[in-house]
Design a protein around this ligand. Structure first.
Ligand code: SF4
Length: 432
């Protein structure tokens, strides 16, 4: 996979307590604040990969069995246990059951599990919580780990969408990224998905060291030629402790270049726009109506449960995540405990920050109505002034009371966020 679907909020944490006390306190807190009308999404993290790609620092493991039930063969069963424990927790604390609005299997490589196991998990979710009619149900797929039969099983089992990790169409670039698939696997996988009535999405990476603009264009062309309806383009980021990070440090390949990535982003935006795609979130383009509902839910800060090692959940104004290491995660499940690490309870300021940093990524923009009511009149004045400055700097537009980043603003999104946040920071808002 290319994107970490979890968020690491800035909220304060309570100290480590014994797991049952933690579960209980968290349940009581959530029960008093949850809005049963907010959509509830579900993310399932499958932490297994065939081999680790050189740039990857996601929570994923190449061993087939990490012990204590944290194995590929036992994984569906362990997730089933987690579903039942979570359902019991809701019931014990009077948290209303809500049918699931979207489901996303990410990783890792979910399709390393037999398709029957993924369908089994889906069946268990349906029986426990229900799934809304027409819900989007996606799995990520490494093109090496699906075939016509497994895709048919997924489609018959209720999946509606597959997101293929293509990354590049250029063998030389795939080689630098340590990817094992070739373009023929991608073409076969996408065709099988389409023949089975599944929507498809393609993940691409730009900015791999030494990638030329011509090679990037080749990848974009190949993605569009697949007749997919959704394309995500992610700038390569390389953590220093990864294999690629070490190779860069040893000067065996040049580092990632910000200017090169910015140029490739602009090129992608123009190229995809010319092919009937529209950006709807900084890294995502789709044919009209084919936006990923699950992703949009994240940016709109809806509620979601996270299942699987390291999976993050967001309920009302809290975040909580599962134990990162699969063995510790499995140990807790085997002890009939929810495999959680301490929750983070966001203050009103932290919640506002989160609303801003998520909403400002969207084409539909960040509604001012989500910010202004929580501000003092001095803060509102400072914010209004800063919005004018940002418009003047051509970083965003204020349209129908929504803040929408321009192309330049998409490239400098962090700058917009910092300036908006600074303008409403209390110490910058003294009245004189
Ligand atoms: S396929 Fe590669 S990039 Fe994706 S999670 Fe596995 S190791 Fe990481």
């Amino acid at each position: 996979m290319t994107v970490d679907h979890s968020f690491r909020p800035t909220g304060s944490t309570f100290s480590r307590e014994d797991p049952l006390t933690l579960q209980h306190a968290y349940g009581n807190y959530v029960a008093h604040r949850i809005n049963p009308l907010t959509p509830l999404e579900l993310y399932i993290h499958v932490p297994f990969c065939l081999r680790r790609c050189g740039y990857c620092d996601f929570n994923t493991y190449t061993a087939t069995d990490l012990g204590h039930g944290a194995s590929r063969s036992q994984f569906a069963h362990m997730i089933e246990q987690e579903i039942h424990l979570l359902d019991d927790w809701q019931e014990q604390h009077g948290i209303p059951r809500r049918p699931i609005s979207t489901i996303f299997f990410g990783g890792g490589t979910p399709t390393l599990l037999p398709a029957e196991d993924l369908v089994h998990i889906l069946t268990c979710i349906r029986r426990t919580w229900g799934i809304l009619p027409h819900a989007e149900i996606t799995t990520e797929a490494n093109p090496d780990t699906v075939n016509e039969r497994s895709i048919e099983t997924l489609a018959n089992g209720g999946f509606t969408r597959i997101s293929f990790g293509m990354q590049s169409a250029v063998p030389r670039i795939l080689n630098i990224l340590d990817r094992t698939h070739d373009q023929q696997n991608v073409i076969r996988g996408v065709r099988a998905a389409q023949e089975n009535g599944l929507r498809t999405s393609i993940d691409l990476i730009y900015g791999t060291p030494t990638e030329t603009m011509e090679e990037w264009k080749q990848s974009l062309t190949a993605a569009v030629d697949l007749h997919t309806t959704h394309i995500s383009c992610y700038a390569l980021t390389v953590a220093p402790h990864t294999k690629m990070g070490r190779i860069i440090r040893d000067h065996r390949i040049p580092p990632v270049n910000d200017d090169d990535e910015a140029e490739k982003y602009e090129f992608a935006d123009q190229f995809l726009t010319n092919h009937q795609f529209t950006w709807y979130e900084i890294s995502n383009w789709s044919i009209h109506g084919e936006e990923s509902q699950h992703n949009l839910g994240y940016w709109k800060n809806v509620d979601w449960f996270g299942l699987g090692p390291g999976a993050h959940a967001h309920l009302t104004t809290t975040h909580i995540h599962d134990e990162l290491h699969p063995r510790i995660w499995a140990d807790k499940l085997n002890a009939h405990l929810l495999p959680w690490v301490e929750p983070e309870y966001l203050t009103a300021e932290e919640n506002l920050e989160e609303t801003i940093l998520l909403g400002i990524r969207l084409r539909e923009g960040l509604p001012l109505s989500q910010i202004i009511p929580s501000l003092t009149s001095t803060q509102t004045n400072h914010l209004t002034h800063e919005i004018h400055q940002l418009e003047h700097d051509q970083l965003l537009t204020l349209t129908h009371q929504h803040l929408i980043p321009t192309l330049k603003g998409r490239l400098l999104n962090d700058l917009i966020i910092n300036r908006l946040l600074e303008s409403i920071t209390p110490q910058n808002n003294h009245t004189t």
